[in-house]
Design a binder for this molecule. Structure first.
Ligand code: TRP
Length: 341
């Protein structure tokens, strides 16, 4: 391939967009369900991964912590294997077009639609003293994130499916009114490890904002911490390691073990045949702690080099802004805004 052909084939690649909020310590659920899968996509797709700090302020943040977590989230992206040369890695607030398109799209989103979002209902319950307009229009900003880059595919967990569907509806509505403007995005739900449950209450999703520190395992947790948390994981009164209804705790541990080893449930059942839960829990803990060790080491080195992380942020913001500006200009022309050349 000569360079022109290379460029053309790059342009034919589908675009992927996704993002993670820099609010709280990312868990192994975020790693397995999102970031690790992203690294598998970087050769086949044009990938754009964002640290969505503007979404994070829909609930109160401590400014210094938000800033630190923004650096940390970017460092995790890179430490997990996302190559900043192959992917666009950037911070949402560095590209003002997100706020601009979010306003435009908000005028094409119905009050009723936003009222039906289950995450809004959940979060308003949890933050009853701060049900702000940003919390309500959160899905519009998310639609803007996706539609700005004409993303074909959006890897998201199940909990974000409703938001993605709204983004599709907004895109279709705009296209129907003004002619083809936005690519209508599809969800890209990874096959395995979509939902990792809490270690303390395996009927609940593992959440980085859980108040019980034993409920979730952070990507950056220390080696011994990880092992300790798995040893304490809530299971059931059965003794056989097998995947079955009603064994949420064991099912969750088997899922995690399978995600980190590539072993099937059958293989895991055989491996622990005749052994108890204690052995199994230790094995899961050690496997997870071992697997995350290189990531943590790389992360620690990256966090010592703020200037490097800022270079990546700057490069990402420039590349993202260039694409975003094209979409905003097209949208504003269609809406009838007077545009200066
Ligand atoms: N709302 C997503 C979450 O909390 C994060 C997010 C924001 C996102 N914008 C996005 C995910 C765009 C995918 C695409 O998980």
């Amino acid at each position: 391939m000569d360079s022109v052909e290379k460029k053309e084939s790059a342009e034919r690649k589908k675009t992927i967009f996704s993002g993670v909020q820099p609010s709280g310590n990312l868990t192994i659920g975020n790693y397995i369900g999102a970031i690790r899968n992203w690294t598998l996509l970087q050769n086949e797709y044009n990938c754009i991964y964002c640290v969505v700090d503007m979404h994070a302020i829909t609930v109160r943040q401590i400014p210094a912590e938000l800033r630190r977590r923004t650096y940390e989230t970017l460092a995790i992206y890179i430490a997990a294997g996302l190559d900043p040369e192959k992917n666009i890695l950037f911070v949402q607030s560095h590209v003002p077009a997100h706020a601009v398109l979010s306003w435009d799209l908000g005028c094409f989103t119905m009050f009723g639609e936003l009222s039906r979002m289950t995450q809004f209902k959940d979060k308003s319950q949890k933050n009853a003293d701060n049900i702000n307009a940003g919390l309500f229009t959160y899905p519009v900003l998310m639609a803007a994130d996706i539609l700005l880059y004409q993303a074909d595919l959006v890897p998201v967990g199940l909990d974000q499916k409703q938001h993605l569907e709204l983004a599709r509806d907004i895109a279709v509505r705009f296209n129907n009114t003004f002619g083809d403007t936005f690519t209508v995005p599809d969800g890209y739900i990874p096959k395995t490890g979509m939902k990792i449950m809490s270690l303390a209450d395996p009927s609940k999703k593992m959440s980085k904002s859980d108040s019980n520190p034993n409920a979730s395992v952070g990507i950056l947790d220390g080696y011994d911490d990880i092992i300790r948390k798995f040893r304490r994981a809530v299971t059931d009164s059965d003794t056989v390691v097998r995947y079955a209804d009603g064994k949420d705790g064991i099912n969750n541990l088997m899922t995690i073990y399978s995600c980190f080893t590539g072993k099937s449930f059958e293989e895991i059942e055989k491996e622990f045949d005749g052994k108890g839960y204690g052995d199994f829990k230790s094995a899961v803990g050690e496997t997870v702690a071992d697997s995350l060790k290189p990531l943590r080491e790389k992360f620690t080195a990256l966090m010592k080099d703020k200037a490097y992380l800022e270079d990546i942020m700057r490069m990402g913001a420039e590349n993202a802004s260039r694409i975003a500006a094209r979409t905003v200009s097209k949208v504003h022309r269609k809406l009838g805004f007077a545009q200066l050349k």
